[in-house]
Design a protein around this ligand. Structure first.
Ligand SMILES: O=P(O)(O)OC[C@H]1O[C@@H](O)[C@H](O)[C@@H](O)[C@@H]1O
Length: 279
């Protein structure tokens, strides 16, 4: 099969890259530079996306990997959007190349100066082969230190949330939002209720152990991990999310938040790398 990359229009007008290579299939929306599907050859999708999505321009798609930037969670100023600007903005496509079985797509967020009133650049690189690699690159072009919190808010599909285990978090300190600190002593974390945890200074690799497969998530320059499932009550207040969606997904997010915030010096660059594959 040849590489086949086309720009298509989804319902309600959102544009996305429809990608087919000999190694994988994928969908990346220009809004939010949001990848919503990554299918390595002949395997099930490694990303989850809700069927409830309305794909409205300006509204974050529920699923795939939304980008939280330049802040994570709610802003002190309640007029500013939860999880920052990047996920709802239109990104520009910069380049597409194919080398050594890997398709490389680079995009950048335009107009960051106007949005933030700060000279901070954000770029993303998708490297697609039988594995998915994403690089999120911040560059401070100003002469002042800039603080950033961020996450690649990955939604993963699971067969049944009650049967899923997550390893790689043993001993790491976490804050259940609003409470903490606490830490896990078990080899694996299991989810039985609403879970919204930020693990700090945590190992660089976790795995989601599902009945029939294992998804391996590795991170570089991402000191925090957010583990999230809204369970039943919280689901009711979420956009683009059905009452049973919580059973079929788990978020394990490559992040730098709370005490792991990034302090970017003038002219400094920070590159977070996330790698996702099936074992
Ligand atoms: O509904 P949103 O804005 O996409 O946020 C979803 C969730 O994202 C998680 O990363 C946060 O830890 C949760 O607190 C939040 O509820």
């Amino acid at each position: 099969m040849q590489n086949n990359i086309t720009i298509k229009t989804h319902k309600n007008g959102l544009k996305y890259l429809d990608i087919k290579t000999p190694q994988c299939k994928a969908m990346i929306f220009l809004q939010g530079a949001q990848i919503t599907s990554f299918i390595p050859n002949d395997r099930p999708d490694l990303l989850w996306v809700s069927e409830e999505n309305t794909y409205q321009p300006g509204t974050s798609i529920r699923g795939g990997i939304p980008i939280c930037w330049p802040w994570f969670g709610p802003h002190q100023d309640s007029k500013k959007p939860q999880h920052g600007y990047a996920r709802n903005q239109l990104w520009e496509l910069n380049s597409i190349s194919y080398d050594a079985d890997t398709l490389c797509i680079t995009m950048y967020l335009p107009n960051t100066k106007e949005l933030l009133n700060q000279d901070l650049n954000l770029e993303i690189v998708f490297k697609l082969s039988t594995e998915l690699q994403i690089e999120l690159i911040n560059r401070n072009n100003s002469d002042e230190t800039i603080q950033v919190t961020q996450a690649l808010h990955s939604y993963f599909p699971v067969s049944d949330i009650k049967k899923v285990k997550v390893n790689g978090l043993k001993g790491a300190e976490y804050f259940e939002f609003g409470k903490g600190p606490t830490s896990d002593h078990e080899d694996c974390v299991q989810i039985n209720n609403e879970t919204d945890r930020s693990y700090q200074k945590v190992d660089e690799q976790q795995a989601i152990l599902d009945e029939s497969r294992e998804i391996i998530i590795s991170r570089i320059n991402s000191k925090s991990v957010v583990l999230w499932n809204p369970w039943i009550e919280k689901s009711k207040s979420l956009s683009n999310f059905s009452s049973i969606d919580y059973k079929k997904m788990i978020c394990l997010e490559a992040a730098n938040i709370l005490d792991d915030k990034i302090l970017l010096e003038p002219n400094q660059t920070h590159k977070l790398i996330l790698m996702i594959k099936e074992k």
